[in-house]
Design a protein around this ligand. Structure first.
Ligand code: SAT
Ligand code: MN
Length: 582
C-alpha cells in the first residue's frame, strides 16, 4: 500500500532504506487491524490480557524498568539558530542532531515491521486540527496512537487533502538509556525519537507534535498550543462555560477535567463535561473570543491516586478496552495501583511477587490509555470542529506554601505574568528528583518548542482591539499545614473555586484587591456542605507579604534568564509586583 501523496511515499521509502525493516504496514485504523495487532502483542508477551470478566478488552504492558517516564535531559529542540530554542530547551545544531540520531536508526528495524501511522490531532473536519504521520517499529505505540488520536484512513485522506504533515520517526531501538534521544526539528516539522517506548517519548502525536512542534507552528500562525485541560461547567440554568487549565504533569489535570460535583452542587443540577485532560489548541474566533479544541482523542493518565473518591469517572472508564502500563496485578488478573482503595496486589509492576520492601506495587508514573469516549463525562462538544469558547484560563502548580487557593489576575498581561512565574514541585512523570520546586511557566517548561521570551511575547500579542480574552486565574490545590496535611480537600470540591472563577467572569462575585491580584473573601466562596476549619480557610486565602517579597525577586531573576527576549511589558509587570510588596 501507499498514499496519494508522493512526498509521503518518498519519505517512507527513505526511512525504510535507512532502518531496513522486514516489512511495511500502513495502518488503516480499523477494528480488524487492532485485533490483529493485539493478538500479535499477546503472542510476543508485549501485552497481557487482564481479567476478561471484570476488565473486558483490557491489557497490561510492562515496560523496560529503565523506560518509565519522559527524559528531559535527552530531549532536544534543534533549530538553525541556538537562540531560537532558548535557554528553556536543550539544543543541538540540526545537522549534528540528524547525524547522531540517524546513526542509531541505521538498520535498527531489521527483522521488525515498520508501521506507518497517519493521525489527525483534533476532529477530522476541524480547521484547527493538524495532521502527522508517525513511523514506528512498536506495535504498542500503534495501539496507543489508535486510542489517543484519530488514526488511520480518515487521517490519511485529510493529509492527502492538506498536502502537508508533521513527520515523526520512532524506533524503540534497544531501549538502552545510553542510546536514547528525542529530537525536534521545528523548522522541518520533523520529530525523531529513538530508544524509548514510553508515552511522552514515543507517542509522537502527544507532547512532541501537539506541544513542541505545534507551539512553534502556533506562533507563526497566530494561535496557541498549550499544556491545558478543557472542562465544561454546566450550571443549574443549563448554560455551559468552558475553562482551560494548565498544570504540570501529574498535578491532577485528569481529575479536574472529570470531577464529580459535591453533593450540594449535584442536587442543584451542576454538571461537569470533559473536553480534554492534557492539551488545548486555541485560536481567536470572529467574535474575538478564544476557541479551543482538544487535539487528542484519548487519555494517557496517571493511574496511582486514581480511586473511587478521587476520580470515579476515570475508574468508570477503565473497566473496558484500556491499556495499562506498569500497574500491578491482583491474584485474579485485575489491574491494581496505590489509591485504588480495594483489592490487593499479587504481582508488582515488574511482574515480581509483590513485596512492600521493593517499593510501591505500581510504578508512581504507571499509566492508563483509553479512548475519551469511554468517559462518563465525555461530551460531543469535544468533536465540535470550531471548538468551545474559553471563559477563563487557570494556571496551577503544586506548592505546599505561599500560593493562595485562588487569585485572579488584574488583566491579560498580569495573567501572562502569573503563567510565566508558575512554579511547581517536580513529579514522577519525568525522570529525576521528585518534589523539588522549579519554575514551570504555563506548565510548558518541558514542552515549549521555542524561546520562552518569544513565547511570552506571543501570549501578550493576543491582547488586541476587539479581543474578548478569557479572565486569568492562578490556583493551588496543594497547600499544606505545618504538620503536612493538605489544607484544601481538592478533587470534587475544586468546583467551589471554579464556580467563583466563572462568577468573576460575569462580574457576579466579590473579591478583594491585594498586591498579587484579586482574592475571594471567605464568604465569596460557596462552602455549602463543606466542613473546613476557619483557620485553614484563612491560611488558604491569605497573602503572605514576606513570602511574596522573596518570591517577587525570584520571579524577576527567573524572567531575566530569558533576556534579551523577555518582553519589556512582562518585566514591567514583575517590577510593579516587587515594588508594591516592598
Ligand atoms: O508522558 S507524557 O508526557 O505523555 C504525560 C505527561 O508527562 O504529561
Ligand atoms: Mn501532560
Amino acid at each position: 500500500m501507499s498514499s496519494q501523496l508522493p512526498e509521503l511515499n518518498a519519505w517512507v521509502d527513505q526511512v525504510a532504506a535507512l532502518t531496513r525493516p522486514e516489512r511495511i504496514h500502513w495502518c488503516d485504523g480499523s477494528d480488524a487491524e487492532e485485533q490483529a495487532l493485539t493478538a500479535l502483542m499477546r503472542e510476543r508477551g508485549d501485552l497481557l490480557a487482564l481479567n476478561p470478566d471484570s476488565h473486558p478488552g483490557c491489557h497490561l504492558h510492562r515496560s523496560d524498568p529503565e523506560d518509565v517516564a519522559r527524559v528531559e535531559h535527552l530531549t532536544f529542540v534543534c533549530t538553525r539558530r541556538r537562540e531560537d530554542a532558548g535557554p528553556n530547551n536543550h539544543w543541538l545544531a540540526p545537522d549534528e542532531a540528524h547525524a547522531r540520531i540517524d546513526a542509531l536508526f541505521d538498520g535498527c528495524m531489521a527483522g521488525r515491521t515498520l508501521y506507518v501511522v497517519p493521525y489527525c490531532m483534533g476532529p477530522i473536519d476541524s480547521p484547527l486540527a493538524r495532521c502527522g504521520v508517525e513511523i514506528t517499529d512498536s506495535p504498542y505505540v500503534v495501539a496507543n496512537m489508535r486510542k489517543m488520536t484519530r488514526m488511520g484512513d480518515a487521517a490519511l485522506r485529510r493529509i492527502e487533502r492538506d498536502g502537508g504533515f508533521v513527520r515523526g520517526l520512532h524506533s524503540t531501538g534497544e531501549l538502552d538509556p545510553g542510546r536514547r534521544f528525542i529530537m525536534h526539528f521545528p523548522e522541518e516539522l520533523t520529530i525523531k525519537s529513538y530508544g524509548s517506548g514510553y508515552g511522552g517519548n514515543a507517542l509522537l502525536g502527544k507532547k512532541c507534535h501537539a506541544l513542541r512542534i505545534a507551539s512553534w507552528q502556533a506562533r507563526q500562525e497566530g494561535w496557541l498550543a498549550e499544556h491545558m485541560l478543557i472542562v465544561g461547567i454546566e450550571r443549574p440554568d443549563g448554560q455551559t462555560r468552558y475553562i482551560a487549565a494548565a498544570f504540570p504533569s501529574a498535578c491532577g489535570k485528569t481529575n479536574l477535567a472529570m470531577l464529580i460535583p459535591p453533593e450540594a452542587y449535584r442536587e442543584r443540577g451542576w454538571k461537569v463535561w470533559t473536553v480534554g485532560d492534557d492539551i488545548c489548541w486555541m485560536q481567536r474566533g470572529s467574535d474575538g473570543r478564544l476557541w479551543a479544541i482538544n487535539p487528542e482523542a484519548g487519555f494517557f493518565g496517571v493511574a496511582p491516586g486514581t480511586g473511587p473518591s478521587t476520580n470515579p469517572n476515570a475508574l468508570a472508564m477503565l473497566d473496558r478496552d484500556a491499556i495499562f502500563t506498569n500497574v500491578a496485578m491482583t491474584a485474579d488478573g485485575q489491574p491494581w495501583w496505590e489509591g485504588l482503595e480495594e483489592g490487593a496486589p499479587a504481582l508488582d509492576w515488574q511482574g515480581r511477587a509483590y513485596d512492600p520492601g521493593n517499593g510501591p506495587a505500581a510504578h508512581p508514573n504507571a499509566r492508563f490509555t483509553v479512548s475519551m469516549r469511554n468517559c462518563p463525562s465525555y461530551t460531543a462538544a469535544a468533536e465540535h470542529p470550531h471548538g468551545v469558547p474559553i471563559s477563563a484560563i487557570v494556571f496551577g502548580g503544586r506548592r505546599r506554601s505561599l500560593v493562595p487557593l485562588v487569585t485572579q489576575a488584574r488583566d491579560w498581561s498580569h495573567g501572562v505574568l502569573m503563567g510565566a512565574a508558575m512554579a511547581s514541585e517536580t513529579t514522577a512523570a519525568a525522570t529525576g528528583q521528585v518534589g523539588v520546586v522549579r519554575r514551570d511557566p504555563m506548565a510548558m517548561k518541558p514542552f515549549c518548542g521555542y524561546h520562552f521570551g518569544d513565547y511570552w511575547a506571543h501570549w501578550l500579542s493576543f491582547d488586541t482591539e476587539g479581543a474578548r480574552l478569557p479572565a486569568v486565574f492562578q490556583v493551588n490545590w496543594f497547600r499544606r499545614a505545618e504538620d503536612g496535611r493538605f489544607l484544601w480537600p481538592g478533587f470534587g470540591d475544586n468546583l467551589r473555586v471554579l464556580e467563583w472563577i466563572l462568577r468573576r467572569c460575569d462580574d457576579d462575585a466579590g473579591a478583594r484587591q491585594t498586591p498579587i491580584g484579586l482574592l475571594p473573601n471567605a464568604d465569596d466562596l460557596n462552602l455549602d456542605g463543606l466542613a473546613l476549619d476557619p483557620a485553614d480557610l484563612d491560611a488558604l486565602l491569605a497573602v503572605d507579604a514576606d513570602g511574596w517579597r522573596v518570591e517577587s525577586q525570584a520571579v524577576l531573576a527567573h524572567l531575566e534568564e530569558y533576556a534579551p527576549r523577555v518582553p519589556a511589558e512582562l518585566l514591567a509587570q514583575a517590577r510593579r509586583l516587587a515594588e508594591t510588596l516592598s
